[in-house]
Design a protein around this ligand. Structure first.
Ligand code: GLN
Length: 480
């Protein structure tokens, strides 16, 4: 039985009242996955055995009359760049086609300790490099809202799974927009936490100074409930923050009246779709009606963000992905010499976008170009971060579109990498600054495609961002 749509609170109440068992919920979701996934391609691997043994543990706790942990019996999906012990983790790449991690990412272990049931691993752009999920070695994901459209990327499988009701919540990762942009494309909330708020231990690295793990859910209460579980210091990740974790699920109910919301003009300029602009401006007007003060902002370094991001992210990727050489784990293609084996393994194992990034990243780090590109990009990154800290002297949060257009058609941008990179124009700034941000649905275009409103806040302001999002959810009518 699935009786979708389930929420976390709904599952908790139903389990406690013994109206349904965790095993029945899991099997209901698997039945739905069997029915929809051949078309959507959101899941790459299903983990029935692990899911059912966890569900049985939850059902045993119910039978013993124990107090259930916050995510007991909640079916979750995990992006396939996040390590899961004993469950294949491909990163959407041929090079890790048969890789089975020997340990769990901290975020995954914390979900399971809180009672969550891991259904499987979701499709994504190869090594999280992309904005459409079309760079996966295992085929594109279709957007459940409009099957001829992309779900966004790189966490397209996670966003599509939640939007289609094939998981209650999912984990994604955001390096340049990969949680917020697919959330916008699929019409659900997606939160990128502050850098360091959620441990990266077990997240297979793309660009270590940018990578973050965060949740997708169908509503804000569920988003907060997942954050309360996965956030917090982890001794296995030296960049994870020591700051204590606030009770997000309680704090989201806080008032928003009187909050100052900044609207930067640079996010509404050239290249924005007129319907996206209209929906986002209407959403901002609604926030004003709810008692927020709107303050116009200028963030002058925004125009350099894409160039800066694609230098820093590719430089870090070229170093992080050097480990896939056929020696230690993953694919090995034999060669006549050691160098020949390296070459053949990487030639065969990586797809075209990953190769493009590795060449770009190696180039900007190379002698003679390091100062001109990489070092300069680091300086501009500081200027972009300074734009935000100056803005947060004047405002409590910043509201912008999440992406310049709604979900585009499959194949529409695959031959033009620059057009694809521009899909991230409003999201990469938050990644570069290390601040948190959420995308929430704020209406649909005439063609019924979802539009995302982005709310950005200062470091560790997740509660504030979620308060604004919850107020909008209640007034604007998304969520289940
Ligand atoms: N679309 C961006 C890229 O291709 C962002 C990816 C991400 O956030 N993982 O790099």
């Amino acid at each position: 039985m699935s009786a979708a749509p389930w929420t976390i609170a709904g599952i908790h109440a139903a389990l406690q009242a013994k109206k349904v068992s965790a095993r029945e919920i899991a099997s209901g979701f698997y039945a739905e996955i069997d029915r929809r996934n051949p078309e959507l391609n959101a899941y790459l691997t299903l983990s029935h055995e692990r899911a059912y043994s966890q569900a049985d543990r939850v059902d045993a706790a119910v039978a013993r009359g124990e107090k259930l942990p916050s995510l007991a019996g909640v079916p979750v999906a995990i992006k396939d760049v996040i390590s899961t012990s004993g469950i294949r983790t491909t990163c959407g790449s041929k090079i890790l086609e048969s890789y089975i991690p020997p340990y769990d990412a901290t975020a995954v272990a914390r979900l399971e300790n809180a009672g969550a049931v891991i259904l499987g691993k979701t499709n994504c752009d190869e090594f999280a490099m992309g904005s459409s999920n079309e760079n996966s070695a295992y085929g594109a994901v279709r957007n459940p809202v409009a099957l001829d459209r992309v779900p966004g990327g790189s966490s397209g499988g996670s966003a599509a799974a939640v939007a289609a009701g094939l998981a209650v919540v999912a984990l994604g990762t955001d390096t340049g927009g990969s949680i917020r942009q697919p959330a916008a494309c699929c019409g659900i909330p997606g939160l990128m936490p502050t850098y360091g708020r959620v441990s990266r231990y077990g997240l297979i690295a793309f660009a270590s100074s940018l990578d973050r793990i965060g949740p997708f859910a169908a509503n804000i209460a569920d988003t907060a409930a997942v954050m309360a579980v996965i956030a917090g210091h982890d001794e296995n990740d030296s960049t994870s923050a020591a700051a204590s974790v606030p009770p997000y699920d309680v704090e989201i109910e806080g008032p928003i009246r009187g909050l100052r919301i900044g609207v930067p003009e640079e996010y509404f300029g050239e290249g924005i779709d007129s319907e996206v602009k209209e929906k986002v401006l209407t959403a901002i007007a609604l926030m004003e009606k709810l008692g927020c003060h709107r303050i116009p902002l200028k963030m002058p370094h925004t125009e350099y963000a894409i160039a800066t991001y694609y230098i820093i992210a590719t430089a870090e990727a070229s170093s992080n992905l050097a480990r896939y050489d056929g020696v230690r784990y993953g694919l090995r293609v034999p060669g006549a010499t050691l160098l020949d084996m390296y070459r053949k393994t990487r030639e065969r194992g990586f797809g075209p976008e990953v190769k493009r990034r590795l060449m770009l990243g190696t180039y900007v780090l190379s002698s003679g170009y390091y100062d001109a590109y990489y070092l300069r990009a680091q300086k501009v990154r500081s200027l972009i971060a300074r734009d935000f800290s100056a803005a947060f002297q004047k405002v409590d949060a910043i509201l912008t579109p999440t992406a310049p257009t709604p979900a585009f058609r499959l194949g529409e941008k695959t031959s033009d990498p620059l057009q694809m990179y521009l899909a991230d124009i409003y999201t990469v700034t938050g990644d570069l600054a290390g601040i948190p941000g959420i995308s929430i649905p704020c209406g649909k275009t005439k063609a019924q495609l979802p539009v995302g409103l982005q709310i950005l806040g200062p470091h560790f302001s997740e509660s504030r961002i979620l308060q604004l999002a919850l107020a909008f959810e209640k007034a604007g009518g998304f969520g289940i």
